[in-house]
Design a protein around this ligand. Structure first.
Ligand code: ATP
Length: 152
């Protein structure tokens, strides 16, 4: 399959993606990527989460993503795309981002819980920051407003 060029990064359908944190957001992204035909390695330090997703992803590994040596051993440096989907523990999210940057991953996405988290992630080298709760909240507000206008 051909490469799809976006203004930020060229994404090939065969590219493998590293998804770190298999909570609600990370697991949804990972599963969608698998459905789209990508190889996905999911990493979570919670063994139960890894068990749940083991059959549904290409690989699911229990590991602490803040440890560079561990991530190196897992082959994380071979991935061109990574998603840090750790929201609750900002320190773990940013440490993981540092590790991925050190490993030279070219396209790193970070899920941020709030604006400060997102700003820090950008300053520390994240290529993309997403804030699903804030973004969806804004979208719903627009949708609700649209509906209200329809009723006026
Ligand atoms: P959700 O996507 O469910 O809203 P969240 O934003 O609240 O999640 P957390 O639940 O804090 O984020 O983290 C998401 C996942 O990341 C969890 O499954 C957690 O076990 C995992 N995680 C947290 N710290 C690490 C770490 N250092 N290494 C690997 N995985 C981690």
């Amino acid at each position: 399959m051909g490469r799809i060029f976006t203004e930020q990064f060229a994404f090939s359908a065969s590219d493998s993606v590293l998804v770190i944190g298999l909570g609600r957001f990370g697991s949804a992204v990972a599963q969608s990527l698998v459905r789209l035909g990508h190889d996905v390695m999911g990493v979570d330090n919670n063994g139960e989460r890894v068990q749940v997703w083991a059959d549904k992803l290409t690989h699911a590994v229990q590991a602490d993503s803040t440890k560079e040596s561990v991530m190196l051993q897992l082959g994380a440096a071979d991935f061109s795309h990574a998603i840090v989907a750790i929201g609750g523990d900002i320190a773990a999210s940013l440490l993981t981002l540092m590790v991925l940057t050190e490993l030279g991953i070219k396209d790193i996405w970070v899920k941020a819980l709030d604006h400060d988290h997102g700003q820090l992630a950008k300053k520390m080298g994240a290529h993309h920051v997403v804030m699903p709760e804030a973004d969806m909240g804004e979208r719903v507000a627009h949708l609700v407003t649209g509906r209200l206008i329809d009723f006026l």
